[in-house]
Design a protein around this ligand. Structure first.
Ligand code: ADP
Length: 218
């Protein structure tokens, strides 16, 4: 059976999730308490309904209990976001993803049982900052408060060298976990492989070490 999704809050973030899921052919129930927003998504989502998600009875009436994954994308109204999340956890929803507005909001959402808390503005800001440091940094993914993974194009200082020559672990304290070449991904890179311009290194490490690696080698 196809997975069913509900998106609560159809602002820029929730709207974009709703649109993409629908484009991918998923069943999406779109919910907002603003009639104009709901009308915008009538022809996009499988169903679009006006409801206040802080009202447990309304959510029950919509059959939210049968939905596999609910995304709470209420923006500025932190109180409504928290209350909605509490109601959804109480109802036993299998998977709840919530957009956090700030770090305190994120902490509370984790405490009250959200399965996945996203912080799109902060995370995108970090990604773009790393990309600005160097055009060779393609992507940046935070693993914890102080560890990350970066995807970097083999820069001038790396070309023609092997992983042994660069000795990234000893010099920068980071590990190269994989090397991508086009669509191919080598998850056990050999110490002797010579790096070429097409290579993209996937590097894991502490933020401090990655920052040193980015400044000196990328
Ligand atoms: P973004 O920053 O992603 O654009 P917004 O704050 O603009 O987020 O959008 C949040 C959406 O959530 C709005 O469309 C708003 O009407 C909706 N919303 C806010 N509170 C509730 C609620 N209690 N129930 C349903 N929808 C809500």
């Amino acid at each position: 059976m196809k997975k069913e999704f509900a998106v609560i809050g159809l602002g820029r973030f929730g709207g974009s999730i709703c649109r993409e899921l629908s484009l991918e052919g998923m069943q999406v129930l779109a919910i907002d308490n603003d009639e104009d927003k709901v009308n915008e998504y009538k022809n996009i989502a499988s169903h679009a309904v006006i409801a206040d998600s802080t009202d447990e009875a309304s959510l029950k009436e919509l059959g939210i209990k049968n939905i596999d994954h609910v995304i709470v994308a209420i923006g500025d109204n932190i109180q409504a976001s928290i209350l909605t999340t509490v109601i959804l956890t109480d109802l036993g929803i299998k998977k709840i993803t919530v957009k956090a507005q700030n770090d305190y909001h994120e902490k509370i959402l984790n405490k009250i049982g959200a399965d996945h808390v996203v912080h799109p503005e902060r995370d995108m800001g970090k990604r773009i900052a790393h990309n600005i440091i160097s055009n060779n940094i393609l992507d940046y993914l935070e693993l914890s408060d102080d560890h990350s993974i970066v995807e970097v194009k083999a820069g001038k200082k790396m070309l023609g060298k092997t992983l042994v020559d660069l000795d990234i672990r000893a010099n920068y304290g980071c590990n190269v976990v994989a090397i991508k070449q086009g669509k191919e991904i080598n998850v056990s890179p050999s110490a002797e492989d010579v790096l070429s311009e097409e290579d993209v290194l996937i590097v894991i490490g502490s933020d401090k070490d990655i920052s040193r690696f980015e400044k000196q080698l990328v």
